[in-house]
Design a protein around this ligand. Structure first.
Ligand code: NAP
Length: 334
C-alpha cells in the first residue's frame, strides 16, 4: 500500500485543504516497459491550480478530474524497473502526481537526475529544478536584461520571484519586487537582495508607489501575477521594454481582469511574450549547471519552505497559493 492525494472536489475561488483527500492506493503489478518510483520530493507549483478548476484543460494540459491524484512535478527513486534507461536506484524528475509511488514510462518531462551528495535533495525540485529553469528562461531568454536596467518582479517572495530577483541583480540591474506584506518586503530587501519592494499591505496604490520606485520607468517586467498589476506596470514602461509573461496567479482563483494600457506597448515599442519552461527541456542540464555554479560560488541562495509527509501536501499548496510560504514550497516524503 502507498498513499496519494486526490482531488476531492473542484476548487471554487480560493483553494482549500478540503478540496483534496489522502487515499490509500493498492500495490499493482508493473506493466512491461514501465518503472516504479518511491517519491522523495514533491514540488508545489502555482500553475497547477489552473487545471484544478471544473472544466479546465487546454492545449498544454488536461483538466484534473475528481478522484484523480493531483498533477505535480516530483522527484523519485526507481525501486522496480522494466525500462532500460531507468535502472534501480536512478533518481528521476517527472511530471506525475502528489503520490508516494508512481508508475512511469519515461515520458512527460521525465528525466534521470544526477544528484550531488553536497546538494540538499529538495533543491532539485526547486532552484535546480522547474523553479530555477522557469526563472532563468524567463529572465535570460525572454527578458534579456542589460546592466543598469530596471527590472520589476511580481510575486517577488515566491519560488520563481526569489530566483529572478537574484539573477537580475547579478546582471547589474536595479531590481524592484511586488509582494503582499511589509514583513515579506523587508525580508526580500534584507535577505534576498531586492533594491526596493512594494507591498500591497501598506502601499495599496501600486501606480503611485511604482512611479516613486522607478521614476524613469520599467525596462523589464517579470510578471507572475497578471491582471491589475500587469495593467499598472504596462502604463509605466520605458521604450523597448520587455514584459515577460510567466504566470497570472491573481486570475487563477478569481475573475479575469481587463487590461486597459496595451496602447503603451505600441508607443514604447515594447515586447510582451509568454513562455512555458517545458519548451526548453533540452536546455535544462545547461541551465542547471549554471545555477549550480552560482550556488557553489555563493552568488545565489535557495530560499525554501519544506513541509514533511504526504498529509502535509494540501496545506503546503494552500499556503503557497496564498502567500503564507516564502521562496520555494516543497514536500519531502522521507
Ligand atoms: N510559464 C511557466 O513555465 C511557469 C513555470 C512555473 C511557474 N509559473 C508561474 O509562476 C508564478 C509563480 O509560481 P510559483 O510556483 O513560483 O509560486 P510562488 O510564487 O511560490 O507562490 C505564489 C505567490 O503568488 C503571490 N500571490 C498569490 N495570490 C496573489 C494575488 N492575488 N495577487 C498577487 N500575488 C499573488 C503570493 O506571493 P506574495 O505574498 O509575494 O504576493 C504567493 O506566494 C505563477 O503564476 C506560476 O503559474 C510559470
Amino acid at each position: 500500500m502507498s498513499r496519494a492525494v486526490v482531488l476531492a472536489r473542484h476548487p471554487e475561488g480560493a483553494v482549500t485543504e478540503q478540496d483534496f483527500a489522502v487515499v490509500e492506493v493498492a500495490d499493482s503489478d508493473l506493466p512491461g516497459g514501465f518503472f516504479r518510483t518511491r517519491n522523495r520530493v514533491i514540488s508545489l507549483d502555482a500553475g497547477f491550480r489552473q487545471w484544478m478548476t471544473e472544466g479546465a484543460g487546454d492545449n498544454y494540459l488536461t483538466g484534473m478530474q475528481i478522484g484523480d491524484p493531483v498533477q505535480s512535478i516530483v522527484l523519485g527513486e526507481v525501486i522496480e524497473s522494466d525500462h532500460p534507461d531507468y535502472p534501480l536506484g536512478t533518481m528521476v524528475s517527472a511530471r506525475t502526481a502528489w503520490e508516494e509511488q508512481s508508475v512511469l514510462d519515461g515520458s512527460d518531462l521525465c528525466s534521470p537526475l544526477e544528484v550531488a551528495n553536497d546538494v540538499p535533495l529538495h533543491q532539485y525540485m526547486g532552484i535546480l529544478g522547474p523553479t530555477g529553469m522557469t526563472a532563468w528562461i524567463g529572465l535570460f531568454e525572454i527578458g534579456q536584461p542589460g546592466p543598469g536596467e530596471t527590472v520589476v518582479v511580481s510575486a517577488a517572495g515566491g519560488a520563481v520571484g526569489t530566483v529572478v530577483g537574484q539573477l537580475a541583480k547579478a546582471e547589474g540591474c536595479r531590481v524592484i519586487g511586488l509582494t503582499s506584506t511589509r514583513d515579506k518586503a523587508d525580508w526580500l530587501q534584507g535577505d534576498v537582495g531586492y533594491d526596493a519592494v512594494i507591498d500591497r499591505e501598506t502601499q495599496p496604490d501600486l501606480g503611485g508607489a511604482l512611479r516613486e520606485a522607478c521614476p524613469d520607468g520599467v525596462d523589464i517586467f517579470f510578471d507572475n501575477v497578471g491582471g491589475e498589476a500587469l495593467d499598472t506596470v504596462m502604463s509605466q514602461l520605458r521604450e523597448q521594454a520587455r514584459l515577460v509573461l510567466c504566470g497570472a496567479i491573481s486570475q487563477y482563483e478569481s475573475a479575469v481582469q481587463p487590461l486597459h494600457n496595451s496602447w503603451e506597448l505600441i508607443t514604447k515599442r515594447a515586447r510582451m511574450e509568454g513562455f512555458m519552461f517545458s519548451d526548453y527541456f533540452e536546455s535544462f542540464p545547461k541551465i542547471a549547471g549554471d545555477l549550480q555554479g552560482r550556488l557553489q560560488r555563493g552568488a545565489l541562495k535557495s530560499f525554501d519552505a519544506v513541509y514533511e509527509g504526504i498529509d502535509a501536501t494540501p496545506r503546503a499548496f494552500c499556503d503557497m497559493m496564498h502567500g503564507a510560504s516564502r521562496g520555494k514550497c516543497l514536500v519531502t516524503l522521507d
